[in-house]
Design a protein around this ligand. Structure first.
Ligand SMILES: C[S@@+](CC[C@H](N)C(=O)[O-])C[C@H]1O[C@@H](n2cnc3c(N)ncnc32)[C@H](O)[C@@H]1O
Length: 209
């Protein structure tokens, strides 16, 4: 699946870029920014795409940003829009980072392309990569988007068929708590006509790994 998705995003890069303005994420960004420490830190953006809008907004607020994506075409656009962002060409599931590196992790519209069977290890990695007190924000697909409580399959987006996967919000909540995260908010938001669950989680201050 991922290799095929990689090729699809390479093909989709220009269309996605041209249409990105349809998704206004100002409110999402402001809400996330408000739960972060006021001092600028280091953000890891998983599935950073063209480096817009999240990496750009963090950089303009004085943050360092490292973006990860497995589409070379998307990363090429990111180089143009956010030359200051450190770019890593990698599958999110293959990524290795030092424990306790990041003040924040963002994954806007990306993790729902990863098989739900891998979500536990992915969130456990995010937990390790965050500093104690660090926060993460991600988009999660649910019945509102796919029509099913638990789903793995293909849905059309911008005239191409894309793989999506998710479990239920209850199972997600249990998974995040079992890993050790505090759940700060889980909100359904309709942005650009698409409803997803936007989840903000925090690594408790006392936790090292
Ligand atoms: C819908 S776009 C979102 C891009 C950006 N976060 C935004 O908000 O515009 C999803 C991005 O995630 C990337 N992606 C999806 N699955 C990935 C994976 N397993 N590893 C790395 N990148 C992935 C795609 O290449 C694409 O650039």
């Amino acid at each position: 699946m991922p290799k095929e998705l990689m090729a699809v995003y390479d093909k989709l890069a220009r269309t996605y870029d041209e249409n990105r303005g349809l998704f206004d994420m100002t409110a999402v960004f402001n809400d996330f920014f408000n739960v972060l420490d006021k001092k600028p830190g280091h953000l890891l953006d998983l599935g950073c795409g063209a480096g817009e809008p999240i990496p750009g907004l963090f950089i303009s607020n004085g943050w360092r940003v490292t973006g990860v994506d497995f589409s070379k075409k998307m990363l090429k656009l990111a180089e143009k829009y956010q030359p200051e962002m450190k770019r890593i060409f990698s599958d999110i599931m293959d990524l290795e980072q030092e424990n306790g590196t990041y003040d924040a992790v963002a994954a806007a519209y990306s993790l729902f392309h990863i098989e739900k069977e891998n979500h536990m290890s992915l969130f456990a990695n995010i937990f390790r990569w965050l500093k104690p007190g660090g926060k993460a924000l991600f988009t999660y697909a649910t019945r509102e988007y796919t029509g099913a409580d638990s789903f793995s399959g293909y849905i059309e987006f911008m005239s191409v068929s894309l793989f999506y996967s998710h479990t239920t919000p209850e199972a997600l909540r249990r998974m995040l708590r079992d890993i050790g995260f505090d759940i700060i908010s889980m909100d359904y938001r309709n942005i650009g006509g698409e409803t997803f669950l936007w989840v903000t989680i925090g690594k408790p201050i006392g936790k090292k790994t």
